[in-house]
Design a protein around this ligand. Structure first.
Ligand code: AP5
Length: 215
């Protein structure tokens, strides 16, 4: 059983590393951004509520996101653990999560650290699968076939919020609201950190080491 929160600024490599972690620990990868984009694509009321905020690179209001994630955590696949990616992002979300989890709290909060300069470089080149949302990059993580996802064959596209202006807003939102969360988990002795500014495979090795997982 593993109950892990994956943190880090936009472009830190959370999505890139999540599939290997979730496979290794056999827990579902639950990404708030992916769920919100699925709601938008399906045109649900929740997706419509979130759209304006996401397009501007701002955080979606806590009540919308908290309800969505706590509901997802009631699904049977999350009964024996989870890897939460991109949630919580505010202290309010973190305390709501603690309350929702009750006697089975978060065990580890993994923070992937990357400099702002590198984040901007990564996000401006990122391509994402329209179907399964796997991220790629033409230089650091190219797909085997140009324009197609290795995992599901889906079409690769540039996310609307990966345009330069929005990327800057997302980084500001992270610095103002989400960076504070490392202290929250540090005080609970749950914070582990890795240097995300290395090759993808090296970062993966460091993550497993930090989580105390045998490779
Ligand atoms: P979300 O989808 O969560 O985006 P994010 O946190 O901004 O994270 P990203 O998906 O952009 O980056 P990542 O860390 O997963 O990096 P990736 O692996 O793709 O959120 C989007 C929006 O939804 C938010 O702005 C907000 O509006 C809303 N939202 C979501 N959750 C919310 C919440 N809890 N509360 C309120 N609002 C919420 O990698 C990036 C690129 O770098 C890729 O191209 C990849 O190939 C490349 N790369 C990865 N690792 C490396 C490496 N080691 N070296 C070189 N390149 C690398």
């Amino acid at each position: 059983m593993a109950r892990i929160v994956l943190m880090g600024p936009p472009g830190a490599g959370k999505g890139t590393q999540a599939s290997a972690i979730s496979k290794k620990l056999q827990v579902p990868h639950i990404a708030s951004g992916n769920l919100l984009r699925e709601h938008r694509a399906a045109g649900t009321p929740l997706g419509e509520q979130a759209s304006g905020y996401m397009d501007k690179g701002q955080l979606v209001p806590d009540d919308v996101v908290i309800g969505m994630i706590l509901d997802r955590l009631t699904k049977s696949d999350a009964a024996h653990g989870f890897l939460l990616d991109g949630f919580p992002r505010t202290i309010e979300q973190a305390t709501a999560l603690d309350k929702g989890l009750g006697s089975k709290p978060v065990e580890q909060a993994l923070n992937i650290k990357v400099s702002t300069e590198e984040l901007v470089k990564r996000l401006s080149g990122r391509l994402t699968c329209r179907n399964c949302q796997t991220p790629y990059h033409p230089i650091s993580a190219p797909p085997k076939v140009t324009g197609k996802c290795d995992r599901c064959g889906g079409e690769l596209y540039q996310r609307d919020d990966d345009k330069a202006e929005t990327v800057r807003n997302r980084i500001v939102a992270y610095d103002k609201q989400t960076a504070l969360l490392s202290d929250y988990y540090k005080k609970q002795h749950k914070l582990v950190e890795v240097n995300g500014e290395q090759g993808i495979d090296t970062v993966q090795v460091e993550i497993f080491k930090a989580l105390g997982v045998k490779q």
